[in-house]
Design a binder for this molecule. Structure first.
Ligand code: LLP
Length: 414
């Protein structure tokens, strides 16, 4: 579904107008749609209906408790990368037994906590981590359920900052090292091998690289079985892309079809770790134009959201559509949509054709993933509010930060 719809000239999310949301909750403000989130999740359920599968939502994409609790109620598992994310999942009503723990640098404390809570699996990313987890589990008198994250060395052909499956990457274990490591793990007393994992990158629109990765993973699974190491699950990570501009985005069913063909007839449980494709198109960033400035080279629309609220344009040169909330009967003009932060890289969009006045509202689209989750307090800017629309209701799911919260943990010298 389209997240926004124009009714009598004003953008709405479900039945609520963005003008009303701005009035009630202020700007900048992230706005999510319960319906869009649910539909995105259900698209995965439908695509995977014939498989024994668990959808482990990648919490890093958007870790708001309302988003997590919605997915938990729909039956999701979770892919986490820190103790903080695990705490959020539990606070939102998620189950530890459906949690997989990824990440290259899990700390001793994070491992202890996750073991005590009996998570589903540790996705191990190095030999040193295997030894660490075995030792910690030994201290606790437990066995740690593990999989290795294997690097299939396929090029996902996406932005280099978000491609992770190449052998030059810091993530995962080289394909050639996987077999010897599984053998070693099988001999360790406090390790219980349960699966295999891979994740090659993000914002992938062509299923071919993920299909190739799946083939390589399966070859390894079969070799392991030949040695008596039987796996219970195969985790193919996340990565499916979404609509930002004019990409040809396949449906989840279309994207997964060639991958599921490769997996046809397998007995292992299938895990996937989608992040962006569950939340990205289900959220937007609502911002107000503060100042219109006529520069010598460009016109600027200076808005109240900035790179600290949505870092993707500054960090990846990412393109997000920017739409006026209320239409004006004027010719649009090209403008640079920028924030108030003191950095030249602080922009949300270049050369956007907009008809806007000071005080007008803009919606920055496709901002549900890696938006709020990557926000910061740079320039001592309080983080934005978050609102979840559900039909005709708008729920505040995160209060706007107060300025005093920003330095509440700090102290002056005695
Ligand atoms: N699993 C693992 C192990 C991951 O590292 C990631 C994302 C995911 C799953 C979820 O991938 P997704 O389905 O969202 O593509 N901040 C960047 C994206 C970083 C992705 C990091 N890993 C951005 O804004 O584009």
């Amino acid at each position: 579904m389209a997240l926004v719809e124009r009714r009598t000239g004003t953008l709405h999310v479900e039945a609520v107008s963005l003008t009303d949301i701005a009035e009630q909750f202020g700007t900048p403000c992230y706005v999510y749609s319960r319906k869009a989130l649910t539909e995105a999740y259900n698209a995965y359920c439908e695509a995977l209906a014939k498989h024994n599968a668990l959808i482990c939502y990648a919490v890093k994409a958007n870790s708001n408790l309302a988003v997590l609790s919605l997915f938990a109620r729909l039956g999701a598992g979770f892919d986490i990368v820190s103790g903080g994310e695990l705490a959020r999942v539990l606070a939102a009503g998620g189950e530890a037994k459906k949690v997989v723990f990824s990440g290259v640098g899990k700390s001793h404390g994070e491992i202890v906590n996750a073991l005590r809570l009996s998570i589903k699996c540790f996705n191990i990313e190095s030999a040193a981590e295997l030894d660490r987890i075995n030792a910690v589990a030994g201290d606790l008198g437990l066995k740690a359920p593990i999989s290795f994250r294997v690097n299939p060395n396929v090029d996902p052909k996406t932005h280099p900052y978000i491609s992770t499956g190449l052998k030059t990457s810091k993530f995962g274990i080289a394909y050639e090292e996987a077999l010897p490591l599984y053998r070693r793990a099988a001999a360790l007393p406090h390790i219980h091998i349960t699966g295999i994992d891979c994740h090659i990158g993000s914002q992938l629109l062509d299923p071919a690289p993920a299909t190739e990765a799946a083939q390589k993973v399966l070859a390894l699974v079969d070799t392991l079985a030949g040695e008596g190491i039987e796996l219970e699950h195969i985790d193919l990570g996340g990565g499916m892309g979404i609509h930002y501009r004019d990409e040809a985005v396949p449906s989840v069913t279309e994207y997964l079809a060639p991958i599921l063909r490769v997996l046809h007839g397998r007995k292992e449980q299938l895990l996937v770790e989608p992040g962006r494709s569950l939340v990205g198109n289900a959220g937007l960033l609502l911002t107000r134009v503060e100042i219109l400035k006529h520069g010598s080279a460009h016109d600027f629309a200076i808005v109240d959201a900035a790179m600290n609220d949505l870092m993707r344009p500054a960090l990846y040169d990412a393109w997000h559509d920017i739409v006026a909330v209320s239409e004006r009967n004027e010719l649009p003009r090209s403008c640079e949509v920028v924030g108030p932060v003191c950095e030249s890289g602080d922009f949300l969009g270049h050369e956007r054709m907009l008809a806007v006045h000071e005080g007008d509202l803009l919606a920055v689209m496709s901002a549900g993933a890696y938006g709020m989750a990557m926000s910061s307090n740079y320039n001592s800017r309080p983080r934005a509010a978050e609102v979840m629309v559900d039909g005709a209701q708008a729920h505040l799911v995160r209060k706007r930060e107060e300025i005093t919260q920003l330095f509440a943990g700090e102290s002056t010298l005695p």
